[in-house]
Design a protein around this ligand. Structure first.
Ligand SMILES: N[C@@H](CCC(=O)N[C@@H](CS)C(=O)NCC(=O)O)C(=O)O
Length: 216
């Protein structure tokens, strides 16, 4: 007996390409969850021509919505906020929006290169693939990441989240990096002794969006 042929009709026109273990994918997923958007999470097939057609720099995540393709996690989150119904993810005032953009940019330029590319990727991705990891360079990256988190620590003494009393894009960018950093040990622990960051992560991780996106 031959199996019946099945025609799969995609019910959801929204697809996020990435990996649940990628911090930037996690950020986009936090925004999607906060907004209440249903989507498919598809594995990003990095370094294939098909994926290159979606993301010419071969990184994740990429969001595809009704045929519209957008990459760079901050752009993805901003698009999600504006293209879908649901609670506003963006702060209300010009000053708070600028502050949020400031912290998002500071994270991308001053923290992520050290924390994500310098520590988390070598420790969590390269090591799992059996690739060599230079411990001294990871320790240096962790120290630099920690140094560059100090302004975030100071800011979080002033408000519950980075641009006020509700979380926004900068918080969704930073949270997966800090949460993943807690898996590190010894000199790789770049977010230790930052009590305001620790308390802020407690507030973020108490939200339902965190529970449904935290890598299993
Ligand atoms: N600026 C990018 C960074 C994305 C990024 O670096 N993603 C990592 C995963 S967390 C990645 O795709 N790494 C794969 C690689 O470097 O080959 C964004 O905000 O989306």
């Amino acid at each position: 007996m031959t199996a019946p042929s099945v025609c799969y009709v995609r019910a959801m026109p929204t697809t996020l390409y990435g990996s649940p273990y990628s911090t930037f994918t996690w950020s986009a997923r936090l925004a999607l969850a906060e907004k209440g958007v249903a989507y498919d999470l598809e594995s990003a097939r990095l370094r294939t021509p098909e994926y290159g057609a979606l993301h010419p720099y071969q990184r994740m995540p990429v969001l595809v919505h009704d045929g519209f393709v957008v990459y760079e996690s901050l752009a993805v989150m901003q698009y999600v906020d504006e293209a879908f119904d649901g609670p506003a993810l963006r702060p209300a005032t010009p000053a708070a929006r600028a502050r949020n953009q400031q912290w998002a940019s500071a994270f991308v330029d001053y923290v992520a290169p050290h924390a994500v590319r310098g520590v988390l990727i070598p420790r969590l991705v390269l090591a799992a693939r059996g690739m060599p990891v230079d411990d001294a360079s990871v320790h240096r990256a962790a120290a630099k990441a920690r140094e560059n988190l100090v302004p975030f620590e100071r800011a979080l003494a002033e408000s519950a989240f980075l641009s006020g009393e509700t979380p926004s894009f900068a918080d969704w960018l930073l949270a997966p990096c800090i949460a993943s950093g807690r898996q590190m040990t010894g000199a790789d622990r770049f977010a230790d002794d930052l009590p305001n960051v620790e308390a802020w992560l407690g507030r973020i991780s108490a939200r339902p969006s965190f529970a449904v996106t935290v890598p299993g």
